[in-house]
Design a protein around this ligand. Structure first.
Ligand code: C2E
Ligand code: CA
Ligand code: CA
Ligand code: CA
Length: 274
């Protein structure tokens, strides 16, 4: 048993080392990703539950590294958050997303764009200015920009700055949505403290609609409604899930059923939103 134990420790150490080496390599490659044109942004629609009309798009970052090939945001975003590289990356996404919105006929047919924002980015100096200047540069109404943040905004140590930034954004008219809702700190009791416009129910609950998911979604929807907060369900893959969510009173849906992330905004939003 002793020998086996040592063997496992060795395997574990090697795995950890390999992981650290990869993280370091990714971290280095990320620094030149923007300049080398390795980044792109895809767009996934959010639809109204009743009509299935597109109401907004979410911008999702993609990285195709010259040296390492495509790397998932689930892998490189946490690294970029650690190194601070998320700040230039985040600015890139914001600008690319608003640029694509405008090129897709925004000025004739207004539509909302949602952009993911890491906590590190939100509280970095210059964030508010970056948002304002990007909105101004593209002539997009602040009310048509949604910023998706996670429950990490309830982090108590950073509360003064987080609260300041969110209230500033709110005063511009920018919407704040909480992403992956239900997976982090249970923050239902603190929802009223910050200017939150909508919750995005994490897809793990949508995929568990036939077990524990239903009760959690129902409970969240009940409280959100009382607080005047909208609800979006993400990860909707089947017509049955869509129907169940609509019956629970969820207003907006997003998922492969309605559209995968794609480089262009769908033509059809014009017809549907008209
Ligand atoms: P997220 O914000 O929760 O985005 C939803 C993820 O679920 C996306 O993965 C999307 O492609 C995927 N998805 C959408 N519909 C479905 C569905 O019906 N079923 C399933 N199984 N998955 C679905 P993606 O694009 O790989 O992004 C992963 C995460 O990386 C995002 O999760 C977000 O946390 C982060 N991320 C992506 N782009 C950015 C960005 O520009 N900035 C920041 N800070 N984070 C980003
Ligand atoms: Ca998101
Ligand atoms: Ca999410
Ligand atoms: Ca997520």
């Amino acid at each position: 048993a002793k020998r086996k134990g040592r063997g496992l420790t060795q395997v574990y150490k090697e795995k950890l080392l390999a992981e650290q080496e990869r993280n370091f390599a990714i971290c280095q490659a990320l620094k030149t990703a923007i300049a080398q044109n390795e980044l792109s942004v895809l767009f996934q629609p959010v639809v109204a539950a009743e009509s299935h009309a597109v109401v907004s798009y979410e911008a999702l970052l993609r990285w195709n590294s010259r040296d390492y090939g495509p790397i998932s945001p689930d892998e490189f975003i946490p690294i970029a958050e650690d190194t601070g590289e998320i700040v230039p990356l985040g600015n890139f996404v914001l600008d690319a997303a608003l640029g694509q919105l405008v090129r897709s006929g925004y000025h004739d047919n207004p539509l909302k764009m949602a952009v993911n924002v890491s906590l590190r980015q939100l509280i970095a100096p210059g964030f508010l200015e970056a948002v304002r200047s990007s909105l101004a540069r593209h002539d997009v109404r602040p009310g048509d920009l949604v910023l998706e943040v996670t429950e990490s905004i309830f982090d108590t140590r950073q509360q003064p700055i987080i609260s300041f930034v969110l209230h500033q954004l709110d005063s511009y008219g920018v919407e704040i949505h909480i992403d992956d809702f239900g997976t982090g700190y249970s923050s239902l009791s603190r929802l009223h403290e910050l200017p939150i416009h909508a919750l995005k129910i994490d897809r793990s609950f949508v995929h568990a609609l036939d077990t524990h998911g239903k009760a959690i979604i129902e409970g969240t929807a009940l409280i959100a409604r009382k607080l005047g907060i909208h609800i979006i369900a993400e990860g909707v893959e089947t017509p049955l899930q869509a129907r169940q969510l609509e019956e629970l009173g969820i207003e907006y849906l997003q998922g492969y059923l309605f559209g995968r992330p794609s480089p262009k905004l769908m033509e059809s939003h014009r017809i549907q939103s008209a």
